[in-house]
Design a binder for this molecule. Structure first.
Ligand code: ZN
Length: 66
């Protein structure tokens, strides 16, 4: 019986292994996901905005305490 290849990153049996430019295994089809790059960019911008809002709130609270 041939054992299925196991991903060194997540330990799952997988069909595809993904490597970086140096040949290091970085993921497999079980532990990597792809996303439409435009949707991803929108998410990133949103997260950035949220972070900024959080900081503003934090500064506001810090002033209140002092
Ligand atoms: Zn994996």
């Amino acid at each position: 019986m041939i054992e299925n290849p196991i991903c060194p990153v997540c330990g799952a049996e997988c069909e595809t292994i993904y490597k970086d430019g140096d040949g290091n295994v970085i993921a497999c089809d079980e532990c990597i996901s792809s996303r439409d790059s435009w949707e991803w960019l929108a998410d990133e911008k949103e997260a950035e905005q949220d972070e900024r809002d959080d900081r503003k709130y934090q500064e506001f609270r810090d002033e209140e305490i002092v």
